[in-house]
Design a protein around this ligand. Structure first.
Ligand SMILES: [Zn+2]
Length: 506
């Protein structure tokens, strides 16, 4: 089917249409899966008389958003009964959470992402047991296929530090009975063992990523503190051999920072650089606690960084120094990490949060421009996830695009000289997303899903949720948690020099 997708503005991201790449009263010609032409609507309409027109001057046309880091969790941790606490602590309420089967959960995640204009994502798999690892991976992949989203599917693995950063020392500090219970509950890997991991990876590398598919394989080791040097070297080799991308959580929290300083006498980024792990096919998720040298190293290695401002706030991780990454020339993407600020995906709001969190007091220069934040959430993320054939609206690219209803943005008045990209970031929200196209296929139109029978699907989700059990007082977690807090804090001795200063308590 050929489409002529028109709007008052078409944000192409092509420099030939100005710094923000915007065509006024423009259109995008889509044939099959591809964008074949962009330009003024009045020129394209007569040239493609048989194309179906989608949109009108009420809409703006933009490239689809790329959620470059998320875990395929449709129901949020909060909805399921999780604790609202810092990252390390919130992991300890596993049994008090409600459950939903992985297929339905990922399909629900896709539904909410599509509704917010996200066309591509990185799925960072979160497995719960080696026994169900492969089946879980297959089910989640099936959900992405059924949803129609473009996905870089990341296989997770971890093989050390299952409880805290420094399991041996921590376990040795516990009374014997609590130690046994803690080991029974937490000290075994919840992912596949390395041999199984690479077997699954090889099978999927053969199955995915063929021309025309919407899924490709990524290797996503959980993080340097959770993977041994030997495992990371094997992953590095595997990725290079098979042309796979890598994403890894790096320095999300201050406790991860202090672990590397105490264990290795250097930061996690320097440790990874010394392993020759960092290359342009690697993206770091979070990076809240990178220092100046780490940022320079990341840039020099050509590695990318995926910024997750909502999640970093909610999990008490901190505020990543976005403008310093940008100034150093680090390639950037944006991610929602399955824990966005409103508890539902909204990439427009996430960009607004990123834009505002960097606004330190004063009139000094150096803020990351809004257009570059928009680029990170579209073309930048697509490039990081190995989908460079999409992410902008230009001939030859895959047709991944979104129609945004401009009324909530421009009503009752918006000065003519304000750039539409700036206006989207300051005034846009997921609610304004009207139509979503992936690979030339319309998945969402007029606020309604095309593939998904929404009513029946929501009914099934409700029916299949296993409710959260009542939290037991005095259980293992309740006894373990104060010890974990104490352990984490006892190792936090390194002074912090903040990138951003918001006030002064002196
Ligand atoms: Zn994550």
């Amino acid at each position: 089917m050929d489409y002529l997708v028109r709007g008052k503005f078409v944000v192409t991201m092509q420099p030939r249409y100005g710094t923000q790449g915007v065509i006024r009263n423009g259109a995008v010609v889509v044939s099959g899966r591809d964008v074949v032409e962009v330009g003024p609507y009045r020129d394209l309409k007569p040239a493609y008389p048989n194309a179906t027109v989608v949109g009108s001057s009420r809409y703006w046309v933009i490239p689809g958003f790329v959620n470059a880091h998320q875990h395929g969790k449709g129901l949020t941790d909060f909805q399921l009964g999780g604790m609202d606490d810092c990252f390390e602590i919130s992991r300890f309420a596993g049994d008090a959470r409600a459950g939903l089967d992985p297929y339905l959960d990922v399909l629900y995640a896709c539904k909410t992402m599509i509704e917010s204009g996200i066309t591509t994502c990185l799925h960072y798999n979160s497995s719960s047991s080696p026994d169900t690892y492969e089946a879980g991976v297959n089910e989640r992949l099936r959900a992405y296929r059924d949803a129609g989203m473009r996905v870089s599917f990341g296989l997770d693995i971890r093989n050390r530090n299952h409880i805290v950063y420094g399991d041996e020392e921590f376990l040795a500090s516990l009374p014997a009975s609590l130690r046994d219970q803690a080991m029974e509950r937490y000290s075994t890997a919840r992912t596949a063992a390395p041999d199984d991991y690479f077997r699954v990876a090889r099978r999927l590398a053969g199955e995915l990523g063929g021309d025309g598919g919407r899924a490709r394989l990524f290797l996503t080791p959980a993080g340097p503190q959770w993977c041994t040097e030997e495992l990371l070297r094997a992953i590095r080799r595997e990725a290079s051999e098979h042309g796979l991308g890598i994403q890894i959580h790096v320095l999300e929290t201050k406790y991860q920072r202090s672990y590397f300083l105490r264990e290795y006498g250097r930061s996690a980024v320097q440790w990874l650089a010394d392993l020759d792990f960092l290359k342009p096919d690697v993206s770091l998720a979070h990076g809240v606690w990178l220092n100046r040298r780490d940022i320079a190293t990341t840039a020099a290695k050509g590695a990318a960084l995926v910024h997750n401002p909502s999640s970093n706030l909610r999990l008490r991780s901190g505020i990543a120094p976005l403008m310093h990454f940008h100034a150093a020339g680090v390639r950037l993407g944006m991610g929602l990490d399955s824990s966005p600020l409103n508890d539902r995906p909204d990439m427009l709001q996430e960009m607004r949060l990123a834009a505002n969190l960097q606004r330190i007091p004063g009139a000094g220069p150096g803020l990351m421009p809004l257009a570059d934040i928009f680029r990170a959430a579209t073309a930048g993320g697509a490039d990081i996830l190995g989908w460079g054939g999409s992410g902008t609206l230009e001939p030859g690219k895959r047709a991944d695009l979104v129609l945004v209803d401009s009324r909530p943005i421009v009503e009752p008045y918006l000065a003519r000289h304000q750039s539409p990209v700036d206006a989207l970031i300051y005034r846009g929200g997921a609610g304004a997303v009207d139509t979503v196209m992936v690979d030339g296929e319309i998945l969402y139109r007029g606020g309604k899903h095309v593939r998904l029978d929404e009513k029946a699907f929501l009914k099934e989700v409700k029916r299949k949720i296993t409710p959260a059990p009542r939290r037991k007082a005095g259980g293992v977690d309740a006894r373990l948690l104060p010890r974990v807090r104490e352990f984490l804090e006892s190792h936090e001795e390194h002074p912090v020099e903040p990138f951003y200063k918001f006030n002064d308590a002196g």
